[in-house]
Design a protein around this ligand. Structure first.
Ligand code: SF4
Length: 374
């Protein structure tokens, strides 16, 4: 199985914490969409004929597109790839774009999963982050989506936001859980240098995210959502039974994926491909019949490290037997000792030769992975 990701690099306004690739000018929207359609055709052999079980519109803000524009892209995919019966088709949406009529039209295109960027219900904080929506838009957009019949909705929340205590997060979690979405993605605020927040940190207007504060909030999110029936199936992701994101699971299970559009990434088991982060250069290059990307051929050891890095973040864990069989991984004395020490500290459990992190261990997922690397 494989997934296709479409990057729509347009937003209404720039959130102060965001370092994704986007522009707030819609000037080149139609030529960029035409380039995306053409790239879908040009990349048709990248996935080597593997069936597609998921299509994901991310960005940027794909909900800025009309249903007709989305429909054209879905049809282009369907006519160039082997799309499964009933694929998961997700659209990232911002609350301020979601009207009943727009949702009805989107549903007609085959979109069957929405991922709504709520982030917090605190209006002051939304303003501080320069989000385009307010709390009531978030609630209304979710209600509209339910009315139109979307039965698979993800809500995004950010924790680790500046605060003197945990009251805001408590409130956000309570309200979110009361809405009963099928899936919740909870991300810790990260502050990148080139963002407005990054600049504010440099000038002292904003403090760095406090590690202990963020760790406490990670635990609050885990405890609250787990107690309300959500499976914590990846460091930042929670789902009700059967609603794990197919698209993200493809990434974490080493399945192939194709990324279309500026800044999109692809992986087909042998190579990784990175598209250029520049809309105009992307459009020009595609018009000239060239995919503007860099390609990396993966070595066996890179593939193995990728497997460790992604699988260790999930609740299904890192299979040591698979590592040995597929990659000739050697569990030498140092690594065996390390595994013994993290299981002893209750950061992980070892079950049928699969290493699975506990919630406490998930906080250290990346550093644990690096200890296991080749
Ligand atoms: S809407 Fe999303 S992609 Fe656009 S600036 Fe805000 S966080 Fe970034």
């Amino acid at each position: 199985m494989a997934g296709i990701y479409i990057h729509i690099p347009f937003c209404k306004q720039a959130c102060h914490y965001c370092d994704f690739h986007f522009t707030i000018s819609l000037r080149h929207k139609s030529s960029l969409l035409a380039a995306i359609e053409k790239e879908i055709f040009m990349q048709r052999s990248f996935l080597k004929g593997v069936d597609i079980n998921s299509i994901y519109f991310g960005g940027g803000t794909p909900s800025l597109l009309s249903a007709k524009e989305i429909d054209t892209i879905i049809k282009a995919i369907a006519s160039n790839y082997k799309v499964n019966y009933n694929p998961e088709i997700t659209l990232e949406a911002n609350p301020d774009d979601i009207t009943i009529d727009h949702l009805k039209d989107l549903k007609e295109t085959g979109i069957n999963r929405l991922s709504i960027g709520i982030q917090t219900f605190d209006n002051q904080m939304l303003q501080f982050m320069n989000r385009a929506h307010r709390s009531k838009d978030a609630i209304t957009s979710f209600d509209h989506a339910r009315k139109v019949g979307f039965g698979n909705i993800n809500l995004d929340i950010i924790y680790g936001l500046p605060a003197k205590d945990h009251q805001r997060l408590d409130y956000d979690l309570d309200l979110m859980v009361s809405m009963s979405p099928e899936h919740i993605s909870a991300y810790c605020l990260t502050i990148e240098d080139k963002t407005i927040f990054g600049k504010w940190v440099k000038t002292g207007k904003l403090k760095e995210v406090d590690e202990y504060f963020a760790a406490k909030q990670f635990t609050m999110v885990h405890n609250k959502l787990s107690s309300m029936g959500y499976n914590h199936y990846e460091v930042s992701n929670y789902a009700k039974d059967g609603f794990e994101s197919r698209h993200n699971s493809n990434y974490w299970k080493e399945e192939q994926y194709l990324g279309i559009g500026p800044s999109a990434h692809s992986y087909n088991g042998d190579t990784r491909q990175f598209n250029i982060y520049n809309n105009l250069k992307y459009i020009t290059s595609i018009a000239n019949g060239e995919i503007p990307s860099t390609i990396e051929k993966l070595t066996k050891s890179e593939k193995m490290n990728d497997y460790i890095l992604t699988s260790i973040r999930t609740s299904w864990g890192c299979d040591l037997e698979k590592l040995e069989k597929e990659f000739n991984y050697k569990l030498d004395d140092r690594r065996s000792e390390f595994i013994k020490s993290i299981t002893g500290k209750e950061l992980a459990i070892l079950k049928n030769n699969v290493l699975i992190l506990t919630p406490k261990g998930m906080l250290l997922a990346d550093s644990i992975a690096s200890e296991l690397f080749d």
